[in-house]
Ligand binder design. Structure first.
Ligand SMILES: Cc1cc2nc3c(=O)[nH]c(=O)nc-3n(C[C@H](O)[C@H](O)[C@H](O)COP(=O)(O)O)c2cc1C
Length: 178
């Protein structure tokens, strides 16, 4: 599926805002994700106004300063006890992950780019946006229109469009028995 092969966590966004219609399609893709016993532990906090985006920027890690160029951020939160308790595993994390991937693929489908991150200060974001204590921030997705390869200086273009590095199937797949 071209959305899967075309998805990438790029860092170069144009300044063009994302239309509300597209934002809603992305949120809807998250909402439709599967979750353990249909618990749907996710909540999405959308930052699209300049003031809100600017309020979030001091919480970003130094390595994620590129995120300040994104015209849209979605803070993905969940309650730690919001998923199902099977096997003693924190299934809410899997459920949220599925929702996030749905959103990332929908973004690609719409000609946008989404970049999930873990590099930010959770306490600062929670305080800034009045996120209730019982919610954890699982990820912050930066979204926007991607800048094209020929719009970037050669070195940045190389970093931005570098081929995917993945372990081969022969290392990760076990057939019939481990
Ligand atoms: C949970 C999670 C946290 C991540 N955190 C960051 C981050 O803080 N900063 C960043 O630049 N990329 C972050 N990434 C992006 C990964 O580095 C990226 O997905 C990985 O290198 C594979 O590249 P690709 O998404 O372009 O295929 C994160 C990805 C995930 C799934």
């Amino acid at each position: 599926m071209s959305e899967i092969t075309g998805r990438r966590s790029g860092r170069a966004f144009t300044s063009q805002p994302v239309d509300d219609e597209l934002i809603n399609l992305i949120l809807e893709a998250g909402r439709l994700a599967p979750s353990c016993a249909n618990t749907q532990a996710w909540n999405f906090l959308v930052l699209k106004d300049k003031t809100s985006l600017q309020q979030a920027h001091p919480a970003l890690s130094r390595g994620n300063a590129w995120g300040k160029d994104a015209p849209l951020m979605i803070i993905v939160t969940a309650k730690e006890d919001g998923g199902c308790p099977a096997h003693g595993l924190p299934y809410f994390m899997m459920d949220v992950g599925l929702a996030v991937e749905n959103m990332l693929l929908q973004a690609v489908h719409l000609g946008l780019m989404g970049h999930p991150t873990a590099g930010w200060d959770e306490a600062v974001l929670k305080q800034t946006f009045a996120i209730p204590d019982e919610y954890r921030i699982v990820t912050v997705i930066f979204l926007g229109h991607p800048r094209m390869r020929d719009e970037l200086p050669p070195e940045q273009a190389e970093r931005e469009f570098k081929p995917k590095e993945r372990r081969p199937l022969s290392e990760i797949v076990h057939w019939n028995s481990w």
